[in-house]
Design a protein. Structure first.
Length: 208
């Protein structure tokens, strides 16, 4: 019997997954969490074999909750990300946090069930779309080689707390040009916002 904990902030989604998986032979749903904090607590209390983890949840998101579960719960369950989001940044963050798999909620029922069984057996599970994204990411050149000097300069100013307008004044360029540079930086780093761009750039040594 594979014991499952479902972590998702949408009650309808949790109920749907619980109903779906409870009908599968060999599955037992032992808990449902509505946010990352509750997922960590229930993982320790209910002792599931696999945690189905959404990414975007209130209080504590799925990536942080995954890292905490794997660090704090002994023996640690396997964590399978089950979400609607598939940006490069989110995929890598989840895998780096220790998730054993990454599936999309839109995946066929058979794929989700097979993914759970694979993860429970100590293997990994990636949806075909996510696997392609990971391969493409690994084949890309180093972002450091792709950022132009001007893009690096804009990112450095953003990291020091400058707004787009302040960065434009400091560099003697238009605010719209700053926005264009930032959008190109986001695309090259595979991120969606300023905070993650700065964090990732620091992690990779692109900024001090």
């Amino acid at each position: 019997m594979i014991r499952l904990l479902i972590a998702d902030d949408h009650p309808v989604v949790r109920a749907g997954l619980a109903g779906l998986l409870s009908d599968e032979p060999g599955f037992e749903v032992v808990g449902e969490a509505s946010d990352g904090d509750e997922a960590v607590r229930l993982a320790a209390e209910a002792r599931p074999d696999v945690v189905l983890m959404d990414l975007r949840m209130p209080r504590v998101d799925g990536v942080v909750a995954t890292a905490r579960i794997l660090a704090e719960v002994v023996p640690a369950p396997r964590v399978l990300i089950l979400t609607t989001y598939e940006s490069d940044d989110q995929i890598l963050a989840a895998i780096e946090a220790g998730a054993s798999g990454y599936l999309l909620k839109a995946a066929p029922q058979a794929e989700i069930v097979a993914g759970i069984r694979s993860v429970a057996a100590g293997q990994s599970a990636l949806s075909p779309a996510v696997a392609v994204r990971l391969v493409e990411r690994m084949q890309r050149p180093d972002p450091a080689a792709l950022l132009t000097p001007r893009e690096t300069e804009v990112l450095r100013l953003v990291a020091s707390g400058h707004s787009n307008k302040q960065a434009a004044v400091a560099l003697g360029i238009g605010e719209s040009t700053v926005k264009t540079h930032l959008l190109k930086v986001f695309e090259k780093l595979g991120v969606a916002d300023r905070t993650r761009a700065v964090t990732l750039a620091m992690e990779r040594g692109l900024l001090p």
